[in-house]
Ligand binder design. Structure first.
Ligand SMILES: Nc1ncnc2c1ncn2[C@@H]1O[C@H](COP(=O)(O)OP(=O)(O)OP(=O)(O)O)[C@@H](O)[C@H]1O
Length: 339
C-alpha cells in the first residue's frame, strides 16, 4: 500500500448488512495528485466503500484515513462526493442548489456565487442556472451533480460512476476536470464500468471482488502480472491448432489469425514448434492483456448474490495473481460480469 503524505487510505474495511457481507477487508490508497479507478462487478462493494469514506455510513471494522488521520466530521467536509443515487433536490434551481451546497460547506455567499458561476460554465450548464433540476436531461443533471461535488473546492474527490450516461463531449469535460483536480494535488477516486475510459484516464486502478481489493496498480503493472497472449497467423492451420499445448488457457479467432492466452506454466517454445508444424507461420506476436481481459480474469470467480462472500486473499493488501483467481474460477461457477 502507498503511504504518501496526504493520501486517502482505505484500510481493512469490513461491513455487513445483516448476513450479507458487503466489505471484507477492503484496502487501497489514493495518493494526492492521483486519479484512481475503482472497478469491480455489480455488488462488489464500491459504493459501500465510498459511503463509508464520506461518512454517510459506518464501518464495522477498519478505518479510512486522510493525511494520516482517521476521517471525521471535519475531514468529511473537505470531501467532494458524487453519490450514485444523485441526491439533488428536483424542484430547486441549479444556481440556488449549488450556492446552497457551497454555503453549507462554509463558503461566504459571494464566494459561493462565484464558485457556482465558475463550475456551471466549466461544465457547460450555465445556461440552465435558472431551471429546476428535474427539468434537465439526465446527462445535464449529472453535470450539475459534478458541479455540486466541486463547488466547495474539495481536497478529496470521490465520484460514484460519474461517467455513466454521459455523451462523449461530457465524458471529455468530466475527464479533463478530474485530471485538473488531480494536478492540483487532490486524490481523485471514481468508480466505473467503462474500462476503456478507466484505462485511459487513471494513474492507478483497484479491481475489487466480493468486498476486497484483488489487484491494485497502474495498468502497466497489472498487465505485467496478467497472463500473456500471442497473436498467431498460420496459413492452412485448423482453428484449434493450439489445443493441448501446455499452458494454453484459451484461443479464439481474430481477423485471419488466432489469439492464444497463456498462463504462467506455458511453454512458448512448444507453442512455436506446434505453430511451425501445422502450416506456414506468418505472424507470431506477443500481446499484452487489455484491462477488460484482466478484469475478467480477476473477477471471474465472484460468487456475488450468493449471500456470502469468499475472502479474496486473506488481507486485501497484497494483489493476487490472476492465476489464483482462475484456479478458483475453475473450482467455482463462472459469473457473467459487466466489463
Ligand atoms: N442497504 C443495503 N442493504 C442490504 N444490502 C446492501 C445494501 N447496500 C448494499 N448492499 C449489498 O452490499 C454489497 C455491496 O454493494 P455496493 O452497492 O457497495 O456494490 P457496488 O460495487 O457499488 O455495485 P454496483 O457496481 O452495482 O454499483 C452488495 O451485495 C449489495 O447487495
Amino acid at each position: 500500500m502507498h503511504h504518501a503524505p496526504g493520501a486517502l487510505e482505505v484500510d481493512s474495511l469490513t461491513k455487513r448488512y445483516g448476513t450479507q457481507v458487503a466489505l471484507d477487508g477492503m484496502s487501497f490508497s489514493v495518493s494526492p495528485g492521483e486519479v484512481f479507478g475503482f472497478v469491480g462487478s455489480n455488488g462488489a462493494g464500491k459504493t459501500t466503500t465510498m459511503r463509508i469514506a464520506v461518512g454517510v455510513l459506518d464501518t464495522d471494522r477498519g478505518e479510512v484515513r486522510w493525511r494520516g488521520k482517521p476521517v471525521d466530521a471535519e475531514s468529511h467536509a473537505v470531501i467532494g462526493y458524487m453519490p450514485e443515487e444523485r441526491g439533488l433536490y428536483p424542484k430547486m434551481t441549479v444556481a440556488r442548489h449549488l450556492v446552497y451546497l457551497a454555503q453549507l460547506h462554509g463558503l461566504s455567499r459571494a464566494d459561493a456565487v462565484t464558485a457556482m458561476q465558475t463550475w456551471t460554465e466549466r461544465l457547460g450548464v450555465d445556461k440552465y442556472r435558472d431551471r429546476t433540476v428535474d427539468s434537465l436531461s439526465l446527462g445535464n443533471q449529472q453535470r450539475v451533480q459534478l458541479a455540486a461535488a466541486l463547488v466547495h473546492d474539495p481536497q478529496v474527490l470521490l465520484l460514484d460512476e460519474p461517467f455513466s450516461g454521459l455523451d462523449p463531449l461530457a465524458v471529455d469535460t468530466m475527464s479533463a476536470v478530474l485530471r485538473e483536480k488531480a494536478a492540483e494535488g487532490v486524490p481523485v477516486l471514481f468508480s466505473s464500468h467503462q474500462l476503456d475510459l478507466v484505462e485511459r484516464l487513471c494513474d492507478r486502478i483497484g479491481i475489487v471482488r466480493s468486498g476486497t481489493t484483488v489487484a491494485c496498480g497502474s495498468v502497466e503493472e497489472l498487465r505485467a502480472r496478467g497472463s500473456a497472449g500471442v497473436y498467431v497467423e498460420i496459413d492452412g492451420a485448423p482453428d484449434d491448432w493450439a489445443s493441448g499445448v501446455a499452458g494454453v488457457e484459451a484461443h479464439r479467432p481474430e481477423g485471419s489469425g488466432t489469439v492464444v492466452h497463456l498462463n504462467t506454466e506455458a511453454d512458448e517454445t512448444e507453442l512455436v514448434r506446434r505453430a511451425l508444424s501445422v502450416g506456414r507461420l506468418r505472424t507470431f506476436q506477443r500481446r499484452q492483456p487489455t484491462l477488460t481481459e484482466l478484469f475478467r480474469s480477476y473477477v471471474a470467480a465472484e460468487p456475488h448474490d450468493a449471500g456470502e462472500h469468499e475472502n479474496g486473499n486473506g488481507n486485501g493488501n497484497e494483489p493476487e495473481h490472476p492465476g489464483k483467481a482462475r484456479k478458483r474460477a475453475r473450482r467455482g461457477k463462472r459469473e457473467k460480469v459487466t466489463a
